[in-house]
Design a protein. Structure first.
Length: 155
């Protein structure tokens, strides 16, 4: 993957896990978090998917248990004004370092003159006993696409 075309969407330090305070330089968010983003298309765009890249530090999984999960979630406006439904577009297990997830956003149809409202959701694997939960830090979110660009938050 050509990292030169990655667009940084968010950078920070969010601590996921069950032991608050072990990362003194990160905000503790518990067992999961959502990073809301607004995605728009370039005026002149080729076809293509969006590849989201989630960067983590100190992430691991216990042998014999599934991994933590990363999801691309879309919020689509319903027939009621300002009412949105939530749908998981894609899910993948997290891997140490950078986790990439490619999502075809052509099925996420915004209202005319609107944008796509998405969330990158990170969930801790809670199938292990609580004392074996992993503690790690989410440090960044990027988008690689020649068709889409993103901004952090819903606009």
């Amino acid at each position: 993957m050509d990292t030169d075309t990655r667009q940084l969407v968010w950078q920070g330090r969010l601590h996921l896990g069950d032991e608050p305070g072990i990362y003194g330089d990160a905000c503790y968010v518990g067992l999961g978090c959502d990073l809301p983003i607004t995605v728009r298309e370039f005026d002149e765009h080729p076809t293509g998917a969006a590849t989201f890249v989630l960067a983590t530090e100190n992430m691991g999984t216990q042998r014999g248990y599934p991994s933590h999960a990363m999801q691309v979630v879309c919020f689509e406006e319903t027939d009621m004004s300002n009412h949105y439904s939530e749908r998981v577009v894609r899910e993948t297990p997290l891997v140490p370092g950078d986790t990439l997830i490619e999502a075809d956003l052509s099925g996420v149809q915004p209202k005319p003159e609107s944008a796509r409202y998405l969330s990158i959701r990170v969930r801790l694997d809670t199938s292990a006993p609580p004392a074996l939960y992993d503690d790690f830090v989410v440090v960044g979110l990027s988008l690689q696409s020649t068709r889409y660009y993103a901004s952090f938050g819903f606009y």
